[in-house]
Design a protein around this ligand. Structure first.
Ligand code: SAH
Length: 359
């Protein structure tokens, strides 16, 4: 990975144009150099200074001395046998790993990359495998961004959508997450429209309020997962800090101030949140604001919980759609490679040895 000398250099990956401009001026170079570096990094995706042939040799040598273009290293690459999902484990720093998932839709129209924002997660949602890992810190913007760069390079295709739904709680790493989203949204480089980028939170009210205040243009999802104010905390610790009523008030404020729908993610867990009474509560809650609901069947089997049956899923969904609440069954592919929602815990396929890749 990086040498000690490299570590002292300025990391330019992850900088936005304004930051690069400031930096090149400090280096004694002309401001317009910043755009050349910016495009080299994010449009051409150069990984070494030698590749920046749009710059003079003398400048490339100077940059080589003062700046580094670090890269996250892929340590495992798994392909699903059930669908077209591929999962990548990346070493982002010595001993720290995160996962990103490439998820093409069945019709091939949408190609989504699901990226991580933290190494592990401090939240311990009862149904989520990431919550069982030790938390090892926030990712820097470049480490989040590089997941997109490296996945596109490894699959040899461009993504159409980005979701911040991998490991970690994006609102706990707010600055780096939003910075990355804005870099991805730049129409000269990554070119993702704001509505092709979705940021998801387990319900961090402070983060939601900040997002609204800054009038961020990106899609926003809240992992609701329980419609009952007295029971949500049983499965989501974060509800103790930000109770459901506060969360809903913030969500309502989002829809009013930004004039947009909020998406509620809802992991369906039999005997926990799938009764007809839960459905009625969910409908009531959904009717109080401009939202849609994405239903996700439980993917793992913590606490002996089991995945809902097709009948249970249909009955729950019907109770919601009958009330004219917009509802979708979210696909959650990549189960055989532990790549589906809530399964990112640095595990491979059952019985797959760890392979060193591209080293
Ligand atoms: N921390 C953020 C970002 C992660 S998104 C958040 O919670 O929104 C991951 C999504 O997968 C969330 O909607 C979460 O509720 C869902 N999820 C977690 N564990 C799951 C599981 N076992 N089965 C299905 N979905 C799960």
């Amino acid at each position: 990975m990086h040498t000690g000398r490299d570590m002292k250099k300025t990391i330019v990956k992850g900088m936005n144009l304004a930051e690069l401009e400031e930096w090149v001026l400090q280096l004694g170079e002309k401001k317009f150099r910043a755009r050349q570096i910016y495009e080299g990094l994010y449009k051409h995706r150069y990984e070494t200074w030698q590749e920046f042939t749009n710059l003079s040799l003398a400048l490339r040598e100077k940059l080589q001395e003062y700046a580094s273009i670090p890269k996250i290293e892929v340590t495992r690459h798994l392909k699903s046998e059930l669908d077209a999902t591929q999962k990548f484990t990346f070493e982002v720093a010595e001993g720290k790993e995160v996962e990103a998932v490439w998820i093409p839709s069945a019709d091939g129209e949408r190609k989504t990359i699901c990226i991580s924002s933290q190494v592990g997660c401090t939240l311990a949602c009862a149904f989520c495998a990431t919550g069982k890992l030790d938390f090892q810190g926030n990712l820097k913007a470049w480490q989040i961004l590089d997941q997109v760069i490296q996945v596109e390079k490894l699959v040899g295709e461009s993504a159409s959508n980005i979701v911040f739904m991998g490991m970690g709680e994006p609102m706990h790493n707010y600055f780096a997450v939003l910075k990355t989203a804005h870099l991805l949204h730049d129409e000269d480089t990554f070119t993702f429209a704001a509505r092709k980028i979705t940021i998801s939170t387990a319900g961090d009210v402070k983060g939601i309020r900040r997002f609204v205040e800054n009038r961020e243009p990106f899609n926003f999802a809240i992992s609701l997962n329980h419609p009952d104010a007295n029971k949500r905390a049983d499965v989501m610790d974060i509800d103790k800090k930000y109770p459901l009523q506060e969360l809903l008030a913030a969500a309502k404020d989002f829809t009013k101030t930004l004039g947009r729908k909020v998406t509620f993610e809802y992991v369906m867990i039999p005997d926990v949140n799938m009764s007809q009474e839960d459905a009625a509560k969910l409908v009531k809650l959904a009717n109080s604001l401009n939202c849609k609901i994405n239903l996700i069947p439980l993917n793992t089997d913590f606490y002996g919980w089991e995945r809902p049956t097709e009948e249970q899923i249909a009955a729950f969904r019907q109770a919601i759609s009958k009330a004219k609440v917009p509802v979708m069954n979210r696909r959650s592919p990549g189960k055989d490679i532990n790549g589906a929602c809530g399964m990112l815990s640095l595990k491979g396929k059952p019985n797959t040895p760890r392979t060193n890749y591209a080293r």
